[in-house]
Design a protein. Structure first.
Length: 254
């Protein structure tokens, strides 16, 4: 998503003293990254669901597969894993190293066809868990990575395995879910998918046969970029009585 550059009345420096720039302390980078991966999300279960599904939709669009469904696995007592798989271009090792793991790095700021742009969402699983798995299919190779928080509190990622594979390019994110959170993950996933149902983003739920009822649009923008969803239709899945505005597959409180 393209960012809007707001015009400001810029400061005109007339002082002869040293100009000192604000910056992020190298010594406190661990603290800043902990804030970005953990403290910015009020709903630590909904956050990775929303971020990784949006990334999956974006990846399909970037690869020219807008009409190809993403695949979602909802955790249950037999398989306590939440996952989403896209059919986008996949990630190379260099892209994992230089984009996926870097806060603020994004390839999506030149297009309004995709949702992401901040370079934070790919780390959202850390808001919920200390370890998750990234699998990427790229040109007949499948690479499996394990992302984790180490003993020092740093977020790290390791390449665990590389093998030949004939499946289509794409990425799958898999998050282990605590037994006590199985119902909430299911509820939050269904709630999020209701918001994308009318946005036209296709998806498959791999392990459940269900039809998710969409929400009725109210006061849609002329260009279709946003619409309101009444609280009476959306509240039962999101646990909030506020009216929502739907933009780019995400439901925001007003």
């Amino acid at each position: 998503m393209k960012l809007v550059n707001t015009q400001h009345n810029r400061f005109k420096n007339t002082y002869k003293s040293e100009e000192i720039q604000f910056a992020i302390s190298e010594k406190e980078q661990r603290h800043i990254m902990t804030m970005l991966r953990d403290q910015i999300y009020s709903d630590k279960i909904l956050a990775p669901i929303r971020e990784y599904c949006c990334n999956a939709f974006d990846a399909n669009i970037e690869a020219g597969h807008k009409d190809t469904p993403i695949d979602i696995h909802i955790p249950n007592q037999l398989e306590g894993i939440w996952s989403v798989r896209d059919y986008g271009p996949g990630l190379t090792h260099e892209e994992i190293k230089n984009i996926f793991t870097k806060y603020g790095e994004s390839t999506k700021r030149d297009s309004n066809d995709v949702t992401g742009c901040l370079g934070i969402g790919s780390k959202a699983a850390f808001a919920y868990t200390d370890q998750f798995t990234v699998e990427t299919w790229k040109d007949n190779d499948k690479s499996t990575y394990v992302a984790a928080i180490n003993d020092n509190g740093d977020a790290i990622i390791h390449l665990a395995n590389v093998e030949r594979a004939t499946k289509p390019n794409g990425v799958r994110i898999s998050i282990p879910v605590k037994a006590d959170d199985l119902h909430t993950f299911r509820k939050r996933t269904i709630g999020f998918l209701r918001s994308v149902h009318l946005a036209g983003a296709p998806y498959n739920i791999l392990n459940e046969d269900m039809q998710i009822k969409g929400i009725t649009k109210h006061h849609e923008a002329d260009d279709g970029s946003w619409y309101f969803a009444g609280s009476d239709e959306y509240v039962q899945e999101i646990d909030s009585g506020n009216t929502k505005i739907i933009m780019g597959h995400v439901a925001y409180n007003l």
